[in-house]
Design a protein. Structure first.
Length: 293
């Protein structure tokens, strides 16, 4: 299935109508089987279905180690992905009877419980970036998706070490793009516990649980987080950054994991809440806004 479809539209501009062919992002549904049992059906872009399936299973806590994965096979004719795993508990299916409809695009689904999350280990050293490093990274990330340029209808996710973009995925759903990225890293053997994840979409609670469960220490988004994502990040050791555009960003939790040029940091503590640097000074905490100019 192609990533885009051509549709006939009527474009209206300045009161004038014009018939045009426009490209829209493709969407498909596939059924995920685990050890020959149906787990869930998911809506997504029709590419990288294997990484989507594996990323979803990692984010739900079904897969924990590489040696647990026996095989993953995509059957395009039946729109299904078949994953074979070993060392599953006998009652594993009962763990997924309760599902939550998430706030993701197209009403995503999760079976996981945030109460079972484990805080990620503290980084041995923080990521160090200049404002120029951040500006270049965000610019490259914004322009990497040809599909977004064509359709305006997909989200992007990428891993970076702070110097370059290492892996990239895109999908009609922001949570799917993250699952595909996580699955791709797992299948290629790339560590995630020393990387930063870039996302084009809003950071909600289910996105943050994916990040925590896969031990990703820093999550950066161009847009806003929700209250639940901030709480999960705070409680589990993740540095959450929102509104990252150019050389400007808001750090909502654990600012100790990332160091921006110190002469370009403006500490905004107007409400004196949720700020670790203020805690260290025995002051009430708030967020930090990193600004250049």
């Amino acid at each position: 299935m192609n990533a885009t479809n051509d549709v006939l539209i009527v474009r209206v501009k300045d009161g004038q109508e014009e018939d045009l062919i426009d490209q829209v992002a493709s969407e498909t549904a596939f059924t995920l089987f685990v050890n020959n049992q149906i787990l869930v059906s998911l809506l997504c872009s029709p590419n990288e279905l294997d990484t989507m399936a594996i990323g979803f299973l990692l984010s739900e806590g079904i897969i924990r180690k590489r040696e647990e994965l026996i095989s993953v096979d995509v059957d395009e004719e039946s729109s299904s992905v078949h994953v074979k795993l070993k060392n599953l508990p006998d009652n594993w299916e009962s763990l997924f009877h309760k599902k939550t409809i998430t706030s993701g695009c197209g009403q995503g689904v999760t079976f996981s419980d945030a109460k079972n999350l484990q805080p990620i280990p503290r980084l041995p050293r923080p990521f160090r970036l200049s404002s120029e490093d951040m500006r270049v990274l965000l610019g490259n990330f914004r322009n990497i998706s040809d599909l977004y340029v064509k359709t305006g209808g997909v989200h992007s996710a990428a891993f970076t070490d702070g110097k370059e973009l290492l892996l990239f995925s895109e999908d009609i759903g922001r949570h799917n793009a993250v699952d595909k990225l996580i699955g791709k890293a797992f299948l290629t053997g790339m560590r995630m516990d020393d990387k930063m994840l870039l996302s084009s979409g809003r950071i909600s609670g289910e996105i943050m649980t994916k990040v925590i469960r896969n031990h990703i220490p820093v999550l950066i988004s161009r847009t806003a987080p929700t209250c639940m994502s901030v709480t999960h990040a705070e409680n589990n050791g993740v540095t959450l950054i929102g509104f990252a555009r150019g050389t400007r960003m808001n750090i909502y939790s654990h600012p100790q994991n990332i160091v921006i040029d110190q002469d370009e940091i403006d500490t905004a503590c107007e409400k004196k809440k949720n700020c670790h640097r203020c805690r260290e000074k025995n002051q009430a905490p708030h967020l930090h806004e990193v600004v250049n100019g």
